[in-house]
Ligand binder design. Structure first.
Ligand SMILES: Nc1ncnc2c1ncn2[C@@H]1O[C@H](COP(=O)(O)OP(=O)(O)OP(=O)(O)O)[C@@H](O)[C@H]1O
Ligand SMILES: [Mg+2]
Length: 356
């Protein structure tokens, strides 16, 4: 017989935390506007949602938004990070247990499924559930029932399930590691998070948002990014998506120099200065090559200056050019003229915050 759940355990119920304003979250790119419309429609309907997208694209934020727009928005929001809980513990974390269910089960413990009653259960990295847990989750999705470990009876919960993954679940199904029937149940509505490189129109606004946010948070006064650097951010391919951009700006705010960003990007992706070539129309080989050479030159000068602690005379010798020519190139490339002109944060954060 199914038993209604009356108890609510609040310790593991998560606070929704700080979410950037909608104008920042969705930006102005087409991909995000389409996502926003879809989100508006699904949030109010109590159906399971599967969010997929690369790491750092904002799946967590969107899951929280689904909850805060759902009919159960005043109910609990419970997140389970599946890979963070060892396989053997995951079943008891999710479904709870009865006293004596196994050695060490001295009392009864409700699982997170119960804690999410009349709220949202967010299962992050769903592909990490093993087959037996997938079966239990399927039962929960099919008839809203589950069984604590060691219990005689099923319990009934009303819960909205939101899952996220950065894997291709279709591939996992083909590999035999994910149940197809579960996939159909969790994927009633799919929200695909675009990668940052697919929404370049939003990069500048996101960077400015993080700049303002971390200036305020760390009580720093890092200046607006230069046009040159903004151009670089627009071109970079962002494998770590918004998280990578956020961390980069955080480092810039704390350390106070644009060099921090440039060096970081050059080290990660030496090819990122390669200009994008649009094959739809005629290409000016001369123009593209000139642009690429200029950018490559900037990169080399920056590295040599850093290696010589910004001693321009030594750098000029190493580069086999005259001192005057180096000064001209530094100015032309938009690099800072000397070490002292590189900005420092006005106030060093006192909370020990460090760059990632
Ligand atoms: N649209 C957005 N606007 C502003 N900040 C965002 C946005 N999306 C994500 N972020 C920020 O980027 C970081 C990564 O986001 P989030 O944790 O939601 O990504 P994720 O897709 O869940 O990544 P993972 O797959 O690694 O868990 C967070 O600090 C978040 O605040
Ligand atoms: Mg996440």
């Amino acid at each position: 017989m199914a038993m209604p759940i009356t108890s609510s355990v609040s310790t593991l119920v998560q606070s929704l935390g700080e979410i950037p304003p909608n104008s920042v979250i969705f930006g102005k790119s087409e991909a995000m506007q389409a996502l926003r419309q879809r989100l508006d429609k699904v949030a109010s309907a109590n159906v399971p949602v599967l969010i997929n997208g690369e790491s750092g694209t904002g799946k967590d934020i969107i899951a929280r938004m689904i909850h805060s727009h759902s009919p159960w928005r005043t109910g609990p929001y419970v997140k389970v990070n599946c890979p963070a809980i060892p396989g053997t513990l995951l079943e008891s974390e999710l479904f709870g247990y009865e006293k004596g269910a196994f050695t060490g089960a001295y009392g009864t413990k409700p699982g997170r499924v119960e804690m999410a009653h009349r709220g949202t259960l967010f299962l992050d990295e769903i592909s990490e559930l093993d087959m037996s847990l997938q079966s239990k989750l399927l039962q929960l999705l099919q008839d809203g029932q589950f069984c604590r470990i060691g219990a005689q009876e099923d319990k009934k919960v009303e819960v909205r399930i939101v899952c996220a993954t950065n894997r291709l679940l279709e591939q996992e199904i083909e590999n035999g590691t994910f149940r197809q029937d579960l996939y159909y149940r969790i994927n009633v509505v799919n929200l695909h998070m675009p990668a940052l490189r697919e929404r370049r129109a939003d990069i500048e606004d996101l960077a400015n948002y993080f700049l303002e946010y971390y200036n305020r948070k760390f009580n720093c006064r890092a200046r607006a990014l230069s046009a040159d650097l903004t151009g670089v951010l627009q071109k970079y391919h962002w494998p770590g998506n918004i998280r990578e951009l956020e961390n980069l700006i955080k480092r810039y705010v704390i350390l106070g120099t644009e060099e921090v960003i440039t060096t970081d990007l050059v080290a990660k992706e030496p090819e990122y200065f390669t200009p994008e070539i649009n094959l739809d129309g005629p290409i000016s080989l001369k123009k593209v090559t000139r642009q690429a050479t200029r950018e490559l030159e900037r990169k080399i000068i920056l590295k040599v200056l850093q290696a010589h602690h910004w001693n321009r005379k030594q750098a000029a010798r190493t580069l086999s050019i005259s001192y005057r020519a180096l000064l001209y190139k530094i100015r032309d490339a938009g690099l800072p003229p000397n070490r002292t002109s590189r900005r420092r944060p006005e106030v060093v954060p006192s909370n020990g915050a460090a760059a990632d």
